[in-house]
Ligand binder design. Structure first.
Ligand code: NAP
Length: 316
């Protein structure tokens, strides 16, 4: 591939930036998730095209985690390679997140939320991504066994060490989120953002008061799996499973989910989208972005064509 020169109009071609809660950070309305599509089986140049396209269109926020791949760690390694090949000169234009909390290495310290696990995992992530620091470091999930204060103090110390600029909370229940907001704010490391699954098929953060809690306390909110892993796109409208789709892998998205009721709902929403001149994906993403307190949607994309459609939702 040729040397990368980003599109000069990357900040003027329509992407809307939104303030993340009450912080100084602006995030693009559409951000790029690296959970799938950046594994060892994915072609590097194909992935590089997706990331270049994203950055060229104002997607400054890249969301990774220690375990993204497969194999775990591979997405971060790819980020490290892209840093070397394309992105290093633009490091200060990028807002890069990583996380720890799911199983990453064998034994009792490669999982969950202990200080030991979080600290070691972030050091590994920085090496893989060839970075000195991440912009945002998340506790990836709630750990019912580790004292919350231990996990939270590790986040405070990670910021103090300069290894992360901000911290975030992912998938914690409301009662624990409240503890986190208080603990971190009292130590001058207020959490920047909460990451939760919110989409037209799964409205839990709205219904359980997470979104409201974030809004009332100055945290941003970013929605993961905003397209329900592809269900809220035109991929499954016929009720069949396309080759090479996430459902065809049968790991995180299963064929049994395509019930007649779901298909009827998806086709109904698709008709509403079409009447507005939108794709179902754009319609679904815009629905999320209209919810009070939402900062950004974290889309996955297995091709530039998909990303192109999704980006429209974040543009005026
Ligand atoms: N905090 C957490 O615990 C957590 C959990 C899950 C995800 N996340 C984050 O959220 C990000 C997004 O999650 P996700 O990948 O599930 O998001 P998603 O946007 O709901 O689904 C992405 C998948 O949908 C399909 N797709 C996307 N746009 C499409 C379009 N325009 N037309 C047709 N199909 C389209 C593609 O699947 P095909 O492969 O079928 O093409 C794509 O890989 C992750 O990468 C990760 O960063 C965080």
């Amino acid at each position: 591939m040729q040397n990368y020169l980003p599109n000069e109009s990357r900040y003027t071609n329509g992407m809307q930036f939104r303030r993340c809660g009450k912080s100084g950070i602006l995030l693009p309305s559409v951000s790029l998730g690296w959970w799938h599509n950046f594994g060892a089986e994915n072609d590097y140049d194909h992935c590089r095209e997706i990331v270049r396209y994203a950055f060229d269109h104002g997607i400054t926020h890249m969301d990774l985690a220690n375990n993204y791949g497969p194999p775990p760690g591979h997405a971060e390694e790819m980020m490290g390679r892209m840093m070397q090949d394309d992105l290093r000169p633009y490091r200060d234009e990028l807002f890069i997140a990583s996380k720890a909390g799911y199983v990453m290495w064998p034994g009792p310290y490669g999982n969950w939320g202990s200080r030991k696990s979080l600290m070691a995992s972030l050091d590994q992530s920085l090496k893989r991504m060839k970075l000195d620091y991440v912009d945002l470091f998340y506790t990836h999930r709630y750990d019912p066994e580790t004292p919350l204060e231990e996990t939270l103090q590790a986040l405070v110390d990670i910021v103090r060490q300069g290894k992360a600029l901000y911290v975030g909370i992912s998938r914690w229940p409301l009662h624990a989120l409240k503890v986190a907001i208080k603990y971190l704010s009292e130590r001058d490391v207020p959490p920047l953002i909460y990451q939760g699954r919110l989409n037209m098929l799964d409205r839990a953060p709205l219904e359980e008061g997470i979104l409201e809690e974030c809004h009332n306390n100055g945290l941003g909110f970013i929605s993961f799996s905003p397209l329900a892993q592809g269900l809220l796109t035109d991929r499954y409208l016929q009720g069949s499973v396309p080759q090479n789709s996430r459902m065809s892998q049968g790991r995180f998205l299963k064929e049994e989910m395509l019930t007649p009721e779901l298909l009827a709902y998806l086709n109904e929403q698709n008709a509403i989208a079409q009447a507005k001149g939108q794709t179902l994906a754009e319609h679904a993403l815009r629905w999320i972005l209209e919810q009070k307190g939402v900062t950004s949607v974290l889309v996955g994309a297995s091709s530039v064509e998909q990303l192109k459609k999704n980006i429209k939702a974040g543009c005026e």
